[in-house]
Design a protein around this ligand. Structure first.
Ligand code: PLP
Length: 478
């Protein structure tokens, strides 16, 4: 494709994207396809033709869009918001169009230095001190893996330069809460700690880690001859957005020199609001932090910020310096390949830069405040409605509820919850997530899609009441 051909095709595609977003509300929220159906629409033989952009746009309409759950739909209340602001989409297109290769500072000085600038803007915007330096990983899962690799090396005196953890006499231990994201245990396993050395710490009634239980677990491990290495604390858990008490956890960690990674994948966006920063009080004493602008803030995937205080340690653990990547700039510049696992990186910073410069931080903050107000409204409705209950304290924008009709046996409650949630999801009119937490299944209404206004939340509440009433009748009949 020549640049001239690209110009014409690109305009057509942008027009299509704009129409798609403008009309998204008319689409079903959940993908209405059966397993294998999308695959079945494609010829197993690789394509040989020279298709026009119009043919490919037809394919997007007929074969791709029906197989996409529309997380940009204003009636999407599932998982966590995964906003893809159109301003950041433009940044993504610019990044792809420039087509730079980030393997060293020299391979794209702009890629490196804009990432430094943008990470520093984001640091200031969430009120972190200048003790932190940041990078952009693909996901919070990767960020947690990097953190636990660095923690492993810190606790083992850089054992990777000798026999690795296989030479250690005492096992290294990681601590996290029962409500931490599954990516935390996955990262601990990948980093070689082993199941036997992952301590899942009890939580209080708000589903936040109990500092007393954490301290006791650490002391038990010390007494048993193990080496407490790292704590992963969560600010905004996936189930209910519970907040681990960071200030108490950092104090406990300091006594034994544990590494602390703060997973604020979801709640980081709330830290853009000065009035919410008490939720991660104490964070300055942590060692690393990750948060995802690609969730609620709305910079399209994959944009996961990762901040470290001890960058020298990070780069000692992650460095590679093959001859073909050395240059005269060595030492004077940031080499982001030494901040994580991949060598080649994309120009991700442009997504954040476009988002901040086109939409503006004031509008982003207003939207986040709007979503918090919507969640408070819904939580108020639920808490005063008969037969409905709030299952967890509302700390951000995710409202966790149960419908508990009179006379329904406890054994039938989970079935009922999952049934009414599925009724809504199947309808295509809206989408929410059923999840299992401490004492059974709950429905999570996670508010925060860019286009969700109050009337959408009101409509959702109507759908919930209707679906729950129908399900209750059916459960009693069963
Ligand atoms: N941590 C928390 C608290 C999350 O809620 C999630 C995803 O929802 C993750 C980590 C993983 O995020 P990612 O998809 O960026 O790996």
């Amino acid at each position: 494709m020549t640049p001239e051909e690209f110009r014409g095709a690109g305009h057509e595609l942008i027009d299509w994207i704009a129409d798609f977003r403008a009309g998204i509300e008319s689409l079903p929220v959940r993908a209405q396809v059966e397993p294998g159906e999308v695959r079945g629409r494609f010829d197993p033989k690789p394509p040989s033709g020279r298709d026009s952009i119009s043919t490919l746009i037809d394919m997007l309409e007929s074969d791709i869009v029906p197989g996409v759950t529309q997380v940009q739909h204003p009636m999407h209340f599932g998982w966590f918001p995964s906003n893809a602001s159109l301003a950041s989409v433009l940044g993504d297109i610019a990044s792809s169009g420039i087509g730079s290769l980030g393997i060293s500072w020299e391979s794209s000085p702009a890629l490196t230095e804009v990432e430094e600038v943008v990470c520093d803007w984001m640091r200031r915007l969430v009120g972190l001190s200048d003790a932190w330096r940041g990078t952009i990983h693909d996901t919070a899962s990767t960020a947690c893996l990097v953190a636990l690799l660095v923690a492993r090396e810190r606790a083992s005196g850089l054992s990777q330069n000798r026999g690795g953890i296989q030479e250690l006499e005492a096992p290294l231990v990681v601590y996290t809460s029962r409500h931490a994201h599954s990516s935390v245990t996955k990262a601990a396993l990948l980093a070689g700690y082993g199941w036997d050395n992952i301590r899942i710490i009890e939580c209080d009634e708000s589903m936040a880690m109990k500092p007393g239980a954490l301290a006791a677990a650490i002391e038990r491990d010390v007494a048993a001859g193990s080496v407490p290495a790292a704590i992963v604390a969560t600010v905004g858990t996936t189930g209910t957005t519970a907040m681990d008490p960071i200030d108490e956890i950092v104090a406990i960690a300091a006594r034994r020199g544990l590494f602390i990674h703060v997973d604020a994948a979801m709640a980081g966006s709330a830290m853009l609001l000065p009035e919410r920063r008490h939720l991660w009080e104490g964070v300055e004493a942590a060692d690393s932090i990750s948060w995802n602008p690609h969730k609620w803030m709305g910079t399209i995937l994959d944009t996961a910020l990762f901040y470290m205080r001890d960058v020298e340690l990070l780069t000692r653990v992650m460095s590679t310096n093959p001859s073909y990547l050395r240059s005269s700039a060595f030492g004077a510049v940031t080499q982001y390949r030494n901040w994580g696992v991949p060598l080649g990186r994309r120009f991700r910073a442009l997504k954040l830069l476009f988002h901040l410069r086109i939409d503006g931080i004031d509008a982003i903050r207003d939207r986040i405040r709007r979503d918090l107000a919507h969640a408070e409204w819904l939580a108020g409705e639920v808490s005063t409605a008969s037969e409905w209950e709030l299952v967890a304290p509302l700390s951000l924008q995710t409202v966790c509820v149960r419908h508990r009709p009179d006379g329904l046996e406890r054994a039938d409650l989970d079935k009922h919850t999952r049934r009414w949630v599925e009724t809504i999801n199947r309808s295509g009119e809206a989408y929410l997530t059923a999840a299992e937490i401490d004492d059974g299944w709950v429905a999570r209404v996670s508010i925060g899609v860019e286009t969700t206004e109050r009337h959408h939340v009101e409509r959702m509440w109507e759908l919930m009441k209707r679906a729950a009433a129908e399900s209750a009748t059916a459960v009693v009949r069963d």
